[in-house]
Design a binder for this molecule. Structure first.
Ligand SMILES: Cc1ncc(C[n+]2csc(CCOP(=O)(O)OP(=O)(O)O)c2C)c(N)n1
Ligand SMILES: [Mg+2]
Length: 351
């Protein structure tokens, strides 16, 4: 079955165009926008790991290696669209408009970290795998019923496709022709479980057939392929055609989270076929005359100082309050939870 879903690329590993039909659609503004956002979120990601190692941030889920997938897709959205991320998609949400300091606060266990900017439809990150898919379908269906042109994107990993919510979400979206894009980042692993141990289909894209929707397999490390294919799926959704499933094939370079050690379950060798998405874009920029030392230097300085300022902002907040995990689940706390909260605080000696 895999041969029906070749991996679509626009630029190859050496940074050369392989699909010339996009030559005219790629201009300096797009190239710089992609580079700026990819560098910006990589700077954020590396800083977050350092902060966690210094005890200044809680457990953190890094996305290095997946920047093209996250930035390319987020830049393809319209300002009023909806974003339903997982715990690994803060690169996408920051690109779409979530504040960096707020994002740090999320990883520091502060409830303020879940609050989306007033002018952006961004849901809090879904940690329970695949639960955000039906939510995205619901939001997109509501937009359709209101008669707007807004659509939703649901981010999810390869592991999420083994959950019921994935299938329920796709089925419902397809039956009601809902304007939603199911954006999968296939990074080969669900924590330590390799994809071939959690599913028996050759690709994720082919699952679209069963739900009667278009499905594409793209090179998730090619920011141009991600950007243009996601845009195409949104154009298709906005005019009433319904959902699309996109499988962006990529590689998580680091650990699942800062609590994980990937050397226990995969070798360095395995990721060697994935050229770093930022390096690929740099090669492209050099090959086609977009590289400008001054602009690159200024962009490095800007992104670094933005991230440093966000850390200062985050550290103005007090440490996380353990009671928050109980207080923000229900409008009115059920009796059992009241009991659990009391027991937990007593256990910590905080009563
Ligand atoms: C319903 C549910 N089951 C199990 C877990 C534990 N868990 C956390 S992350 C994860 C792996 C998910 O893998 P994938 O969807 O490929 O996303 P990735 O972490 O690779 O981005 C699992 C099983 C969970 N969070 N929720
Ligand atoms: Mg995965």
């Amino acid at each position: 079955m895999e041969h029906n879903y070749p991996i679509k690329r626009i630029v190859d590993d050496e940074g050369f165009l392989v699909d010339m039909s996009f030559e005219k659609q790629i201009d300096e503004q797009l190239v710089r926008n992609l580079y700026y956002h990819m560098l910006r979120i990589r700077t954020f990601d590396r800083k977050a790991i350092n902060l966690q190692r210094q005890g200044r941030l809680g457990t953190y889920a890094p996305f290095e290696g997946q920047e093209a997938a996250q930035v390319g897709s987020a830049l393809a959205l319209n300002a009023d669209d909806w974003v339903f991320p997982t715990y690994r998609d803060h690169g996408a949400t920051i690109t779409f408009g979530k504040n960096m300091a707020t994002t740090f606060l999320y990883w520091n266990g502060r409830v303020e970290g879940c609050v989306a900017p007033a002018d952006k439809n961004i849901f809090p990150p879904a940690v329970p795998i695949a639960t955000q898919l039906p939510h995205a379908v619901g939001a997109a269906w509501a937009e359709k019923r209101r008669g707007t042109q807004n659509a939703a994107i649901a981010y999810f990993g390869d592991g999420a496709t083994s959950e019921g919510d994935f299938h329920e979400g796709l089925n419902f979206a397809s039956v009601f022709k809902v304007p939603v894009v199911f954006f999968n980042q296939n990074n080969g692993y669900a924590i330590s479980v390799p994809i071939e141990k959690q599913m028996n289909s050759a690709t994720i894209a082919q699952k679209s057939v069963a739900y009667g929707m278009p499905g594409f397999r793209i090179d998730g490390n090619d920011c141009f392929a991600v950007y243009f294919e996601t845009k195409k799926a949104f154009d298709y959704a906005r005019v009433g055609n319904g959902p699309t499933l996109i499988e962006a094939v990529t590689w998580r370079k680091g650990a699942h989270t800062t609590a994980d050690d990937p050397s226990k379950y995969r070798s360095e060798e395995q990721g060697k076929n994935f050229v770093d998405p930022l390096i690929r874009l740099e090669l492209f920029m050099k090959n086609y005359g977009y590289w400008n030392d001054e602009w690159i230097q200024a962009t490095r300085e800007d992104t670094t100082s933005e991230v440093e300022a966000a850390v200062v902002e985050m550290e103005k907040f007090p440490p996380p309050n353990v009671a928050d995990v109980f207080d923000h689940v229900y409008a009115e706390m059920p009796a059992q939870l009241v009991e659990q909260k009391q027991a937990y605080l007593a256990h910590l000696g905080r009563l």
